[in-house]
Design a binder for this molecule. Structure first.
Ligand code: AFP
Ligand code: FBP
Length: 322
């Protein structure tokens, strides 16, 4: 089985980009080990702190963030980083060519129940002459990502990665510490009978989303003429992985639960990298209004609505939003 570095070199990635991706993965291997140790590692449970978004931080969130931050800044390969767990961007090597946005541990409510979690990352080029301490460096639409991926800490540790030449899946060989290519070119089936949404928010959804889901639930005697199944992992990384493996529609849509916070998922380090992986596997990633990868970001912790997955099913959902 092929190891990760030669695959990236064949794809034409610069040596610096290959080294940067390997640096991120070095931290992920350590996170994988700590997550796998569970209660034995002494890092389950919450800290007493909140991040800038008002969310209680889990000890594993903080640890994963620190591991990624330290290794990236020490490597010299990044000009700046942005993290879900950092209030502001952090400047790195002024001479480096890349910037990285990441969610160090997505799905942190799953940490204490031994369920799926993962690390999501997005890599972009730093604009020439840019100031590493200026957050404007990150205000680039997602279609400018040069690489995007996630590492899923599940029964096996898997990497989904795209450098713009398809989406590939690698599995961590824990005996040798290498990510081995286990699926070249993931292809999301265009049709599906599976969807993922947090149904407890139903009363808060827009009328368009209410109508779409109501029609799915009617099954084969309803307007869609087929029976759908539902799945919800409470970690986007797990739900998107399922979509990459066997298709489906995943959405965390706009809702009216809190008028000051109509969206849940973050653009720079959740929606954008997942949108690149999904599009590169033949799927669609949209907000209901526009293609996710075309959004011009305005701030690092910006949130967006997300509807992604199997091409025909996302199109069916978007038809309700016209
Ligand atoms: P964290 O980034 O705080 O770990 O949250 C994960 C997440 O944003 C996303 O991965 C899930 O799809 C979503 O939360 C689950 O949200 P619910 O709590 O509404 O199910
Ligand atoms: P398997 O024994 O075939 O793996 O099925 C598992 C299961 O019976 C339960 O563990 C689980 O709660 C349920 O299926 C899920 O069923 P559904 O597909 O209806 O969500």
């Amino acid at each position: 089985m092929r190891r990760l570095p030669p695959v990236l070199i064949e794809d034409g990635c610069s040596r610096e980009l290959v080294s940067l991706i390997r640096t991120i993965l070095a931290a992920c291997k350590e996170i994988s080990f700590r997550v796998g140790q569970g209660a034995l590692s002494g890092v389950l449970g919450s800290t007493l702190d909140e991040n800038i978004q008002g969310e209680t931080q889990k000890k594993l969130d903080v640890l994963s963030n620190q591991l990624l931050k330290d290794i990236l800044l020490e490597s010299g390969y990044v000009k700046a980083i942005a993290s879900e767990e950092e209030d502001y961007t952090v400047a790195g090597n002024p001479k480096a060519n890349y910037i990285v946005a990441f969610d160090p541990l997505d799905g942190s409510s799953n940490t204490d129940i031994n369920s799926l979690v993962g690390t999501i990352f997005s890599i972009m080029e730093a604009p020439e002459g840019s100031d590493p301490s200026d957050p404007a460096i990150f205000m680039q639409p997602g279609h400018k990502q040069v690489a995007a991926g996630y590492v899923l800490y599940g029964p096996s540790t898997m990497l989904a990665l795209s450098t713009g030449k398809g989406t590939r899946l690698f599995t961590l060989d824990k005996t040798h510490g290498s990510f081995l290519l286990t699926q070249d070119f993931a292809a999301i089936p265009e049709d599906t009978k599976e969807f993922a949404i947090n149904a407890s928010n139903q009363r808060h959804w827009t009328p368009a989303m209410q109508n779409y889901i109501a029609d799915l639930l009617e099954g084969e005697t309803g307007p869609r003429g087929k029976n759908f199944n539902m799945r919800w992992i409470a970690a986007m990384v797990g739900d998107v992985h399922r979509v990459l493996c066997r298709g489906g529609l995943f959405t965390y849509p706009e809702d009216r639960k809190d008028p000051n916070k109509p969206f849940k998922l973050r653009l720079l380090y959740e929606a954008n990298p997942m949108a690149m992986l999904v599009e590169q596997a033949g799927g669609i990633a949209h907000t209901g209004r526009e293609r996710i990868l075309d959004i011009q970001p305005e701030e690092i912790h910006q949130r967006v609505g997300v509807i992604l997955g199997s091409k025909h099913e996302v199109e069916a959902c978007l038809a309700y939003h016209k």
